[in-house]
Design a protein around this ligand. Structure first.
Ligand code: DGL
Length: 259
């Protein structure tokens, strides 16, 4: 079982930011990445639709023999992970906006959070926010249009800069000192965000924490792959493979798959 792959899915290409952290921490692990780009963005869809799509992705990965599933999508985690954990026997790792470290460390008592509508409106996010961000100002911003631009290969476009300037303006005016990235597509924006934000603003994303958690859970279940041979790394998308390929090194081959 330990040689079976880690399954990872996202609404699209964004979860590759998580895959990179997992691969960096556990280079010996086999993995299968599923980008459900055909159905992106998940953000504006309701909880039921997001859960149904998450079930479809999960069942595909389980059918491939995955030993654990990483839900590399904040929107799917905050809306569907409880259902998945209750209904499937394998371990699931999720990702949520890292509001806790930002709330604990802010000096200006104002933090920004950029995430999808589905994440910001979820019960899970509300609970975390209530618990950790009681005495600070949290500027929540729905990143409308960002996922669509990345999914259509316009990460470095002028349209992206314009959108980000608009979303960051109220945060900068409120003097935030932390910006939490609540969507796995957003780490790809970091160079642009650094350029647009005042120097003192720190950006928090949860990718490394998710990788560490994945390792800890594999260890606990004695599922770490002891093999030292080259791992089998598979990347599938039901969208345009070229766009996903542009986010990954050429040595990894992205394949088209209808799922
Ligand atoms: N990467 C997904 C997330 O982390 C994007 C969701 C979407 O498709 O809107 O939430």
């Amino acid at each position: 079982m330990s040689k079976q792959p880690i399954g990872i899915f996202d609404s699209g290409v964004g979860g590759t930011s998580i895959w990179k952290e997992i691969h960096a921490l556990m280079p010996q692990e086999n993995s299968i990445y599923l980008a459900d780009s055909k159905n992106a963005p998940y953000g504006p869809k309701g909880k039921t639709a997001i859960t149904e799509l998450s079930i479809k992705n999960t069942e595909y990965l389980i059918a491939q023999g995955c030993k654990i599933i990483v839900v590399a999508c904040n929107t799917a985690t905050t809306n569907a992970i409880d259902y998945l954990r209750e209904n499937y026997a394998i371990p699931f790792i999720g990702i949520e906006p890292a509001i806790k470290p930002a709330a604990l460390q802010t000096q200006t008592h104002a933090v920004g959070i950029l995430a999808t509508e589905g994440t910001l409106s979820s019960e899970l996010f509300h609970k975390t926010s209530l618990l950790f961000a009681k005495n600070i100002t949290v500027l929540e911003q729905i990143g409308d249009g960002i996922v669509e631009l990345i999914e259509s290969g316009q990460l470095h476009s002028e349209a992206m800069r314009t959108l980000l300037k608009l979303y960051l303006k109220p945060m900068i005016e409120a003097n935030i000192d932390y910006l939490v990235l609540g969507c796995t597509h957003y780490p790809y924006l970091i160079p642009i965000l650094i350029d647009l934000l005042p120097k003192h603003v720190k950006i928090i994303d949860s990718g490394q924490a998710v990788a560490r958690q994945t390792k800890a859970v594999l260890e606990k279940h004695q599922l770490l792959n002891p093999s030292t041979i080259q791992p089998n790394l598979q990347f599938f998308t039901n969208g345009n493979p070229k766009i996903m390929q542009s986010l990954l090194s050429k040595k990894f081959k992205v394949e088209a798959l209808d799922f």
